[in-house]
Each structure stands twice: as C-alpha cells, then as structure tokens.
Ligand binder design. Sequence first.
Ligand SMILES: NC(=O)c1ccc[n+]([C@@H]2O[C@H](COP(=O)([O-])OP(=O)(O)OC[C@H]3O[C@@H](n4cnc5c(N)ncnc54)[C@H](OP(=O)(O)O)[C@@H]3O)[C@@H](O)[C@H]2O)c1
Length: 319
Amino acid sequence: MSGKVEYLENNDGTKIQPIGLGTFASVEGDCERAVLHAIDVGYRHIDTAYFYGNEGEVGAAVQKKIAEGVIKREDIFITTKLWCHFHEPERVEHACRKTLENLGLEYVDLYLIHWPFSYAYYGDNEMIPKDANGEVELVDIDYVDTYRAMEKLVELGLTKSIGVSNFNSEQLTRLLANCKIKPIHNQIEVHPALDQKELISLCKKNDIVVTAFCPLGRHNAELRTPTFMYDGKVQAIGNKYNKTIAQVLIRYLIELGTIPLPKSSNPKRIEENFNVFDFKLDAKDHAILNSYHTGERVAHARQAIKSKYYPFNVYSACF
Ligand SMILES: NC(=O)c1ccc[n+]([C@@H]2O[C@H](COP(=O)([O-])OP(=O)(O)OC[C@H]3O[C@@H](n4cnc5c(N)ncnc54)[C@H](OP(=O)(O)O)[C@@H]3O)[C@@H](O)[C@H]2O)c1
C-alpha cells in the first residue's frame, strides 16, 4: 500500500485512523480471521457492537495480535455500542462491563449509544423483546438520561470516549445542550444515495466526527443494488485511478469528511478497502457521485417507527 494514513483528532484529544473495519454480520470465526488480517494489513480501528454477537471474536483477535507483539493495546481503537434494551441508566454500567468481558479488555476506546430509541429489558440476551402482538416492545427512555450514565463510564475508566449513533440533528442538538462530555462521534449511514450533507455539516460545526456505516450500501450482487455499486460511471472514475468501485466509494466518504467503516470478511477485499490513501477524486468525480443522492436508506429500523425517539422523521424507501 502506498499513501500516508494521517490520523484524525477527536474533540477529546484521542486519535483515530480515518478508516475502520466494519464487522456487522461477521461471525463464527469469520470475524476473528477478518480482524487478525485487518491488523496485519494496517487497520487500527475496528467497529463492533454488543448486538453483532461478535465482541468475543474481535477481542480474541486483538489479544492475539497484542500477544504476538504486532500491536500494543493503545495502538488500536475499538468502538462498540450499547444495545437498545440496556438504556435504563442503572443498566448502562452493567452493559459496558458485560461488553468488556466479551472483548476480554479492560477498556474500550469508544462506547456509542447504538440507537436513540429503547427496548424493554427481559435479560441480557433478549435483544429483540416482543410484545403480545409480536412487535418489538418499545419503551420511552430519554436518550439524554442514558447518555448521562454513559458519562460515568468515562469517569470509571471503562471507556476512553463516548458518542452516539443514528442520532438526527434535533437529537444531537438537544444532547449537546444537556451533556457534560461532548460525544466524539455520531455514527450514521452515509453513501452516495444518502449523502447526509446537512447532518455532517452540523457535526463538523460541533467538532463531532461522523463515522459512515454502510459505505458500500450493503450491496446485493444478485439484485445489483444499490445502483452506484454497479454503475459504469463509477467504474469509469475507478479506471482513471486504477481503483475499484468500492475504493472510489470509500475515498468519496473520506473526502466528504467522514470515517468510512467498510465491512469485509474477505482477505483480498479487506486489503482493497484499505488501499485508498494514494489517490484523490476531482470535482467532476464528486459531481457524478453526488448525483446518486436519493435519500434511500439501508438501515431503517422500521420496528421502532412508533417510538418518539425514532430518528428518521422522513420515512424513505430502501434499495
Ligand atoms: N451504527 C449502526 O447502526 C450501524 C448499522 C449498520 C452498519 N454499521 C457498521 O458499519 C459497517 C459497514 O456497514 P455494512 O456492513 O452494513 O455494509 P457495507 O460495508 O456497505 O457492505 C458490506 C458488504 O460489502 C461487501 N464488500 C466489502 N468490501 C467489498 C469490496 N471491496 N468489493 C465488493 N464488495 C465488498 C461485503 O462482503 P465480504 O465480507 O464478503 O467482503 C459485505 O457483503 C458494519 O459492518 C458495522 O460495523 C453500523
């Protein structure tokens, strides 16, 4: 790989690599292999979540690489997330300790509120509680109260930093007015069909880094969706720089000022996705990529649409 990977600084002074390995749906050995390989390739930023059921595999890989002397704990940035059934303030510390036990680590670098809405709690493993009608059982817990409990985790040294995910502009603004520790990140869906320019700009104004999930639109090779992953126009951009469509999309997100989190369990694609620091897109490339914006989402969380904390006020179609 050529091209220098410049680290970014978060608003609390911690440093982070401008790309991270996504791990959603990476389980049963795949996740551990992916993280081991990613660390060898040079990734120093891994994104996981309690909900993904793979914190154990992420932790095992990180511990192996520490034992091999490839990295030290402080060299790698691990983000994980508080799931929706743990939002009662008195459950937050328990949830974080459980996550640390899964990871086998003494602290995480960043702990995010995964979604602003909450679910009922019937046990640590009951992540999707259902009511009598078979619908997800929502409860009204204010995310500001949950966040205040997250702030205590920083004081306890269980996480270095805290942040949020899937917060819209109103929720973020309200949180900023009511918190002691500013969130360092808002992790949201970003790709050409959902460019999030306004929310990114609000985050920038408040010195909050946006991490971009579904950077490749969680594409479907059979359906050839979303369009931007399969379009000759994006391939033509790639051809100019000798890059693939995925590399063009990842580069685009970096140039929009976000940190993309491409998920892969495939060794070649893990390398490919990291190899994006030796070229720059020009204004014409940006104009082409911007033209795919439709507002379509991959992650709707429709099950929570009745929550007063549902973040996507405008309900858009999915790919
Ligand atoms: N905060 C949230 O609510 C939230 C929601 C969704 C996702 N996330 C995070 O963001 C990460 C990324 O999102 P995502 O996993 O949904 O979708 P994604 O990264 O957009 O797409 C992943 C898919 O693309 C494939 N892929 C990876 N690299 C490729 C390449 N170079 N060329 C072609 N295909 C490629 C992967 O297959 P292979 O594995 O076979 O390569 C996988 O099927 C997640 O893993 C998770 O960490 C967070």
